[in-house]
Design a protein around this ligand. Structure first.
Ligand code: IVH
Length: 678
């Protein structure tokens, strides 16, 4: 049954649902709430069940079909699906550019235009559209022969069953990568673990496993996406003269392309792209294992041609591997600021994610149980971006005979106080409180840190020395340090001591939020501290507040509220505050500003593009604190759009509607005028 034979209102309904699908899954810009979409979908389903003979194969309800009855059919690719040569550093990249320029006989002053794009870590697939209808999906296989996965690709919402618009060739093969979103992968694995099912090692394996399912109902439950990165067979129609323009057109036809696609002139420009993408990498919702640089112009591509299985006109710039294998030499236990005892794996040093890693946190004993880890084991260590290295799994087959169980210490490894474990909590804690040197030290490090009292020059090493020489035990001891005593320490000269003492003196004038944060109340981070300060205005009011009252504060739940109350219920903590006040620590206190008097009360902000100086959630929190609402899409109701790097259609829409737009820098400057430091 073809769509154009349907009653007009049903055709329109299908089109409307397709449009919302496209906006949601391909453009990442939904314009209606999910509930509205669900309503339309339900309407269509109801009509179709009343008219089963009139259901079109392209109907948005028809993504999950029957399983193929004799496994996967083999598909011979009309044009082979190639792989890519690799480069691992800037030198290899410029060698690549030089080779191409020589081949093309280009003068030194003539740059090649490259298309730069992320190398998505999933599996390569080919989609075949005939007269705009998806008729086949195939895996890359060995490049020459792949497997027919049509029944599965149909379930992926970012793959259109029918191309949008017009002007597409009669026969069009689109190629790209199917991958799984990181968050979806984590959730899927967590669920599998709870129900004792098989878990996947990483999102790529999960994507590969999902796409090679015989039952499309299973594939349909997996959070898969496809981004297109090239075309194959084109017949009965034309595509533009270059790669970049072709991908833009694919996007208009309803296919998803990666938003971080960029054109660059010459190879030097690609270096800044590498730097930008490396920074962005850990924040991307999917995994990338490198970048791909392609000669943009199709004629030049043709002139360059192929060598064996890879094109001469493209290269993959591979990021350093994020996973490596190494051995656990021992497991030691560290004591943190709140007494939490954390097992740490001491590893045979290994180069991973661009740095040498010799320690990895194991979080708690439950994690050791989950990993089934023993001392001496070979493990896979993962380090992504500047994220803390993590032991992701044990290679059980490589376990040496003398591998030993990890033994949890009987008492605190630093002060020997008893260790307590609260029912239902994974973490064990030293009961020594500030009598434990480790906790004292960590508490002091926190107290002087940038977001707290910000005593620049009082670093971890110096605190170590001060604590071990018993020159500082409590926070207020910092304010009684004398020049003579400090001068006695190693590497402390006249000038640096003067500077430190001046900083200590100057930073006594602080703010309520910094002071609350500095106290180190469990689970009270800088944002909570700020919310508390804004809501109460006076420290004494926070001290006096009940759990119920605290729960009314933004982002304060019952657990945090309990931590706050029990912190202030302990007399020794109140003494700490008194002694700091006596030492001269002060902050301004004032009646809090009522919500409707806040600077941005009632204003609607939209954040778009990539913010480089702060996270999106941080930006959102600042705006909300000033009374603004933060919306997901631009409309006439929007008052201001903050546009980060590579802002796209939202920025355009704001400009079209004449809405105020701030660059990230202007936004940061504005925050500064409000006393918010980024
Ligand atoms: S282009 C002839 N572009 O990397 C061009 N490939 O090592 C061949 N991949 O099998 C592919 N992201 O699975 C291209 N933006 C991208 C890519 C990409 C990921 C994968 C693809 C291919 C492999 C080659």
């Amino acid at each position: 049954m073809s769509v154009d034979k349907l009653p007009q209102e049903i055709q329109q309904l299908c089109e409307e649902i397709d449009l919302h699908n496209y906006r949601y899954h391909v453009l990442d810009e939904p314009t209606v709430p999910d509930a509205h979409y669900d309503k339309l979908f339900k309407q269509l389903k109801a009509w179709e069940s009343a008219n089963p003979a009139l259901v079109s194969a392209q109907s948005p309800t028809q993504r999950v079909g029957a399983r193929p009855n004799n496994g996967f059919k083999q598909i011979t690719h009309e044009m082979p699906m190639l792989s890519l040569d690799n480069a691992f550093n800037a030198q290899e990249l410029s060698d690549f550019d030089l080779r191409l320029r020589e081949r093309l006989g280009l003068n030194a002053d003539k740059d090649i235009e490259y298309a730069c794009e992320p190398k998505l870590d999933g599996i390569a697939v080919s989609l075949l559209y005939e007269n705009g209808l998806l008729i086949r999906g195939a895996t890359r296989g060995d490049g020459a022969v792949g497997e027919d996965i049509t029944h599965n690709v149909r379930t992926i919402p970012s793959i259109p069953l029918k191309l949008r618009g017009s002007g597409y060739p009669q026969k069009l093969e689109v190629r790209g990568e199917i991958y799984m979103l990181k968050a979806g992968f984590e959730a899927m694995n967590a669920k599998a673990q709870r129900s004792g099912d098989k878990t996947f090692v990483n999102p790529r394996n999960a994507a590969a496993g999902s796409i090679r399912q015989l039952d499309p109902r299973i594939t349909a439950t997996r959070p898969l996406e496809m981004c297109c990165y090239s075309i194959g067979v084109v017949e009965g129609g034309e595509v533009p003269a270059d790669h970049y323009a072709t991908l833009q057109l694919l996007n208009q036809w309803g296919l998803k392309i990666n938003p971080h696609l960029l054109k660059s002139t010459g190879i030097t420009d690609t270096i800044s792209y590498i730097e930008k993408m490396q920074q962005l990498r850990s924040q991307l919702p999917y995994e990338i294992d490198g970048l791909v640089f392609k000669v943009n112009n199709f004629t030049l591509q043709q002139r360059l041609g192929f060598i064996s299985r890879a094109p001469r006109w493209a290269i993959a710039y591979k990021f350093p591997a994020q996973e490596q294998i190494t051995q656990v030499e021992k497991v030691e236990f560290q004591v943190g600021r709140t007494g939490a005892i954390t097992p740490v794996a001491r590893l045979t040093p290994v180069f991973v994610g661009g740095v040498t890693v010799s320690n990895a946190t194991l979080h708690n004993m439950d994690e050791i149980d989950r990993l089934q880890l023993k001392v001496g084991d070979w493990v896979v260590v993962h380090r992504a971006g500047d994220v803390i290295p993590k032991v992701v799994r044990v290679i059980q087959d490589k376990r040496p005979d003398d591998a030993a169980e990890v033994e949890f210490p009987d008492g605190c490894p630093v002060c020997q106080s008893a260790i307590v474990k609260i029912e239902g909590e994974a973490i064990s804690r030293c009961s020594g409180g500030l009598t434990c040197a480790a906790q004292r030290k960590e508490a002091l490090v926190h107290y002087v840190s940038k977001k707290a009292l910000d005593i620049d020059g009082l670093g971890e090493k110096l605190i170590d020395t001060l604590v071990s020489k018993e020159m500082v035990a409590k926070f207020d001891d910092i304010y009684y340090l004398s020049k003579v005593n400090l001068m006695r320490l190693e590497r402390m000269g006249d000038k640096s001591v003067d500077k430190l003492l001046a900083t200590i003196e100057r930073t006594k004038k602080t703010s309520l939020e910094k002071f609350i944060y500095a106290l180190g109340i469990r689970e009270v981070g800088e944002a909570t501290a700020r919310n508390l300060a804004n809501e109460f205005g006076f420290l004494q009011r926070i001290i006096d507040a009940s759990v119920e009252r605290l729960e009314q504060v933004t982002d304060v739940g019952p657990i945090v509220a309990k931590h706050i109350v029990s912190f202030f219920a302990q007399t020794h903590n109140l003494q700490v505050i008194d002694s700091l006040r006596s030492a001269g620590v002060t902050w301004p206190e004032a009646e809090p500003i009522a919500e409707d008097e806040l600077l941005l009360a009632g204003k609607v902000y939209v954040l778009t593009g990539t913010l480089e100086q702060m996270g999106r959630s941080e930006a959102k929190a600042h705006l909300q604190e000033m009374g603004a609402k933060v919306a997901g899409s631009v409309s006439k109701k929007t008052d201001c759009v903050v546009a980060g790097a590579a802002a796209g259609s939202k920025l355009k829409k704001a400009e079209d509607l004449g809405i105020e737009v701030l660059t990230e820098q202007q936004f940061v400057d504005f925050l500064r005028t409000q006393g918010i430091e980024i």
